[in-house]
Design a protein around this ligand. Structure first.
Ligand code: GDP
Length: 138
């Protein structure tokens, strides 16, 4: 069993499709072991996407991430990181496989409905960024 970190992004909370996304997560054999809805601060979003700070889309990405509430989650399952990346689909919905969250719901490469960690190291870092130990109840 392993864990990954997920965000249901502003385009999805705005369109009231968080339940539809959770359904795909759960039917993909991942368990939502922690979850909360919050509105990110600018500093929080900038810190979270620090790795992209030199990218041309960084400012737009931060503005988007703070535009509406998000749902942050800890997901658990066998090979959780790779499994969730598969359920999510490619960053750009035009390249995403049929049936993936991004193919079904993403609006474009930026407003792509979900985030999922890309490595064990980042999963631990990202979970710690948003959750205290006692908020993860299993
Ligand atoms: P991810 O791991 O699939 O989420 O992709 P990345 O780590 O490469 O990018 C992080 C997030 O930045 C993506 O999920 C998008 O929301 C956004 N993003 C990535 N590439 C682009 C781009 O070329 N343009 C814009 N506007 N946003 C992008």
């Amino acid at each position: 069993m392993s864990r990954t970190f997920s965000i249901i992004k502003p385009d999805a909370t705005k369109r009231n499709i968080t339940g539809a996304i959770n359904k795909l997560i759960e039917s993909g054999n991942l368990r939502i072991i922690a979850q909360k809805r919050l509105k990110m601060s600018k500093e929080q979003a900038e810190g979270f996407y620090d790795v992209h700070k030199e990218k041309p889309f960084f400012k737009d990405l931060v503005e988007y991430m703070i535009s509406e509430p998000v749902i942050v989650q800890v997901l658990e399952g066998d090979d959780a990181i790779i499994k969730y990346r598969t359920i999510m689909g490619a960053t750009n919905p035009d390249n995403a496989e049929e049936g993936t969250i991004r193919k079904l719901f993403a609006l474009n490469i930026q407003e792509n409905s979900v985030h999922g960690s890309d490595s064990d190291e980042n999963a631990v870092k990202e979970i710690d960024y948003f959750f205290t130990k006692d908020e993860i109840v299993g």
